[in-house]
Design a protein around this ligand. Structure first.
Ligand code: NAD
Length: 475
């Protein structure tokens, strides 16, 4: 692990095997951290915050270190992508593209570091009152396995630019790239202890990071269940949290939509990353007048997807990231069948000669779903789409909002008045019209309802990592 600028073995002396989901075989060992390691990492980050130059450095200089880090990530993007693919089975081409895009988060927030301005307040007392924004201290970031380095960076870039120090914990099944990234942290010239990485299981090393008395902020991306539990732990010490949690996002197709365009968007929304994205458009709401035609087109287009080795350029759908998730997705397919949903595509392992041991599941579409079924209410986090017909826009809206989640929604229509009305009334942190799954470092992202608290990206993202101090000055 990387603590206080040094490479250290875990206190437990134990390691976890990390498995390549394409071959089903272990390919690396990662340290199994525990409370002792968590304590050591938080103390190192605290020392770096209170005694080191990071917080007091001029923000332009801080920005320059972060810019150097960004350039190093750019230079090592393909190497990092190859490691990420071994860990989670995402498509190599997609991961190269994603990791080449990650430096933009660091550039964006590095550029913002010296533009965080305070305010002078109109004051009714004989004093000058002004406020300034200050860093919080030690920030803990806990991230999942579906997009390890991207989700790491969404937290690290704004937290560092704001002058905080960090302890990051990647998912136990995808820790390799976060550790590799620490080689670049050294080269970029971050003072020791500013960024630390500990690895291991959530309850063993993640929880002690959250409850540590010197931790000031938790940035968590993961399931709503874990997020809600960690929120309750943070609440005991009134620690600040930013939570990016699960989703059950609706993709709503109206009769006047460009159906071919909508098909591509819906397919990308649910089968991209094999459905393992928080923003997966896992509920398809289709106007009844085009329902059958749309599903036919959808099934025909989905069937053309090439499933296989994630390292091959021509592959469009790779394996599920790990065995646990694979079993969970197959479990949901059984549940949907038992609930009476009509399977119109997929629903099983594909026959693949090239990779018989990999965790593959065919892209799966269920029709005849109603919004009370578990397949429409619970996050599957896999390539399983649940199609529900509707008649009126109000009905689509009611079904879309009838969910405990509120992360994202898609609307497909040529009628911009309708699109705007839907975007106003959908309970979701992101609404895409005639597009889906776009995210950018410039645009706030986060959830309504049980999908989260706070926003990542854009200017809003850096204020998650700042606190405001009012100063009264009198003679
Ligand atoms: P998870 O909640 O099981 O795990 C996420 C992280 O939390 C992992 O690093 C894990 O080790 C850690 N963790 C687990 N239990 C912990 C505990 N008791 N204490 C401290 N840490 C603990 O989620 P997952 O299955 O790895 O990821 C999939 C979930 O992430 C889905 O629900 C998905 O929607 C969500 N997600 C959300 C976003 C978003 O931006 N909203 C993005 C990606 C994924």
């Amino acid at each position: 692990m990387y603590i206080g600028g040094e490479w250290v073995p875990p206190a437990s002396g134990s390691y976890i095997e990390t498995v390549d989901p394409f071959t089903g075989k272990a390919w690396a060992l990662v340290p199994r951290g525990n409370a002792e390691d968590a304590d050591r990492a938080v103390r190192a980050a605290h020392r770096a915050f209170t005694e080191g130059p990071w917080r007091t450095m001029h923000p332009t200089e801080r920005g320059r270190v972060i810019q150097r880090f960004a350039t190093l990530i750019e230079e090592h993007a393909d190497e990092l992508a190859a490691i990420e693919v071994r860990d989670n089975g995402r498509l190599l081409e997609e991961m190269k593209h994603q990791i080449r895009y990650i430096p933009r988060w660091y550039h964006y927030y590095a550029g913002y570091a010296d533009k965080i301005e305070g305010t002078v307040h109109p004051c009714d007392k004989p004093a000058l009152s002004f406020s300034r924004h200050e860093p919080l201290g030690v920030c803990v970031g806990i991230v999942p396995w579906n997009a390890p380095l991207l989700l790491f960076s969404l937290k690290a870039a704004p937290a560092l630019a704001a002058g905080n120090t960090l302890v990051m914990k990647p998912a136990e099944v995808t820790s390799a790239t976060a550790l590799k990234l620490m080689e670049l942290v050294e080269k970029a010239g971050f003072p020791e202890g500013v960024i630390n990485v500990v690895t291991g299981y959530g309850p063993e090393v993640g929880e002690p990071l959250v409850t540590h008395p010197l931790t000031r902020h938790l940035g968590f991306t993961g399931s709503t269940k874990t997020g809600s539990y960690l929120y309750s732990l943070a609440a005991k010490d009134v620690k600040r949290v930013s939570l990016e949690l699960g989703g059950k996002s609706p993709n709503i197709v109206f009769a006047d939509a460009d159906l071919d365009n909508a098909v591509r968007g819906v397919v990308g929304g649910i089968f991209g990353a094999v459905g393992q994205t928080c923003i997966a458009g896992s509920r398809l709401l289709v106007h009844r007048s085009v329902h059958d035609r749309f599903l036919e087109k959808l099934a025909a287009f989905t069937k053309t997807a090439r499933v296989g080795d994630p390292r091959k350029v021509e592959t469009q759908i790779g394996p599920i990231a790990n065995k646990m998730q694979y079993d969970r997705v197959l479990g949901y397919i059984d549940i949907a069948r038992q609930e009476g949903a009509e399977l119109i595509l997929g629903g099983k392992r594909p026959d693949l000669e090239e990779c018989n041991d990999g965790f593959f599941i065919e892209p799966t579409i269920f029709a005849g779903v109603n919004n009370d079924m578990r397949i429409a209410r619970e996050e599957v986090f896999g390539p399983v789409l649940a199609a529900i017909p509707f008649d009126e826009p109000e009905e689509a809206l009611a079904i879309a909002n009838d969910s405990e989640f509120g992360l994202a929604a898609g609307v497909w229509t040529a009628d911009m008045r309708l699109a705007l009305k839907m975007s106003e009334q959908l309970e979701a942190g992101s609404v895409w019209v005639n597009t889906y799954r776009d995210i950018s470092y410039t645009t706030p992202f986060g959830g309504y309802k049980k999908s989260g608290i706070g926003r990542e990206n854009g200017v809003a993202g850096i204020y998650e990592y700042l606190q405001t101090k009012a100063v009264w000055l009198s003679t």
